[in-house]
Write a protein that binds this ligand. Sequence first.
Ligand code: AMP
Length: 173
Amino acid sequence: MESVKQIIRDVPDFPKEGIIFKDITPLLSDSVAFQKTINSLRDRYADKTVDAVVGVEARGFIFASALAYALGTGVVMIRKPGKLPYKTFQETYSLEYGTDTVEVHQDAFRSGQNIILIDDVLATGGTMAATLDLIQKNFENVKIMEATFLIELDFLKGREKFNGIPIHSMIHY
Ligand code: AMP
């Protein structure tokens, strides 16, 4: 993963001052690095029973769909409010300033399914913690096997927000 790590670009002060944005676009456009990333995730789950890969808007969708294709599963989208056309469940969570909401379709999962959640970056963990709540509250018999990230910003201690759910991050800063 070191070669993949090298390709991720730091963009200082984006989207606001003080944030070092981890820009994954050079990784996505590099066929070798992208394939290495997806193959590594595929190998991690290949011998497990996975029924769906759940991507968090928006960059999570890219990894979720490629991984789902590699594993032969479906994809479920966790979206920002007002984007999903059918009936939804919602979970609102706090940000530094204000709140945000994640949504999922009410028929996104079937009872007994085993799922993996994926996003590009684990920062404060707020988005993924809300996603976990959203699924756990509304789909009692769905098993969340793991939350997976391409990148984890260790110093933000986001993983402390996920009680009991295994977390896998490919690259740490
Ligand atoms: P979180 O603070 O863990 O809820 O992060 C929310 C979302 O913001 C994640 O889906 C990431 O895609 C994105 N994000 C947060 N911090 C960064 C960062 N430093 N670089 C790139 N993306 C980030």
